[in-house]
Design a protein around this ligand. Structure first.
Ligand SMILES: [Zn+2]
Length: 314
């Protein structure tokens, strides 16, 4: 999820040894298209719990490339190094989840999505954090969660929630969910297609995968360019365009029922956001300095369904 007003951190955690190195992306990990430089962001302007001093040393700049074919954006720096993100997420401190945006209206919207699309009671929240969403869902659902952060898993269990440690990839669950929720998660994963495939494997026949993430091809994201707030979150490494996310779902054998632009709780109204982003781009051009912004019409919702049992077995 997104940190709205994250505190400063001088926190350290155990990182893999030897220190991870990333291999520059030669092509888009999803479609194989050529990649071009997109943005280079000074990490000193980012202040959040996730960005430990060790990570700052490894990643002084957040470097992004864009696929010329599918328009997805990829971090092209040490954040993609094997094992690095796993170590960081496993060791996140409890305060990481404190400032995350979570409103009753947002959770109510997710509940309404479940009522509309889920055809059974078993709901899994992948990347459930400290369990805010699981706690907010109504009693009609049999809820469970997956979360790599050890401290968050402990907090969930203390709250009586059924949460396992790990990601969809590492948990290896099969056919356990009528609905898998993946909200503000897939952009934090170095291998989004692999993680989505693991989530698809969790679906029972007729089960549904519901994903919310940023949209690299949203017109507001394109207008914002390097000042797009989504690029200033240290954990965002894989930002798919809507066509790319739709193709991922289709490649996993899922039928896409909805793929649409949505706002995020951290979003601002367009009329108020437009002057801000234009001013920020001008300031960046003139001085290299610019304020942090809010989101605006730059998220996407994907709803994709596994075939029913009769079709699954045929
Ligand atoms: Zn691509």
């Amino acid at each position: 999820m997104i940190a709205a007003a994250p505190p400063a951190s001088s926190r350290t955690c155990v990182l893999p040894e030897p220190r991870p190195r990333s291999v520059p992306l030669a092509s888009c990990p999803l479609c194989g298209g050529a990649v071009r430089p997109h943005a280079r962001i000074d990490a000193r302007r980012v202040d959040e719990v996730f960005l430990t001093e060790q990570l700052r040393a490894l990643v002084p700049h957040f470097t992004f490339v864009r696929c010329v074919h599918c328009a997805s954006l990829w971090a092209d720096d040490a954040r993609r190094a094997p094992g690095l993100l796993d170590a960081l997420y496993t060791n996140l401190p409890p305060e990481y989840w404190g400032p995350l945006v979570a409103t009753d209206a947002y959770f109510g919207w997710i509940e309404s999505l479940l009522r509309r699309y889920a055809r059974g009671p078993y709901v899994w929240d992948v990347g459930c954090g400290d369990g805010k969403l699981l706690s907010a869902l109504s009693a009609r659902w049999r809820c469970a969660g997956l979360e790599p952060g050890r401290s968050a898993v402990q907090r969930c269990r203390e709250a009586g929630l059924d949460v396992r440690a790990g990601s969809a990839t590492t948990a290896g669950l099969r056919e356990c969910a009528d609905a898998v929720l993946c909200f503000d998660v897939i952009e934090h994963v170095a291998d989004p297609l692999g993680e989505l495939a693991a989530m698809a494997g969790m679906l029972r026949p007729d089960g549904v995968l519901i994903v919310l993430t940023g949209d690299a091809a949203a017109w507001t994201a394109r207008l914002a360019g390097p000042v797009w707030e989504y690029l200033h979150c240290a954990g965002h490494v894989s930002i798919l365009s809507r066509p790319a996310l739709v193709r991922c779902a289709a490649s996993l054998g899922l039928v896409v029922e909805a793929a649409e632009t949505v706002d995020h709780p951290y979003s601002k109204a367009l009329a108020a956001w437009l002057p801000d982003v234009l001013r920020a781009r001008w300031q960046r051009f003139r001085t290299g300095r610019y304020p942090r912004l809010r989101y605006c019409r730059d998220h996407q919702l994907l709803v994709a369904r596994r075939a029913p049992a009769a079709e699954t077995s045929s």
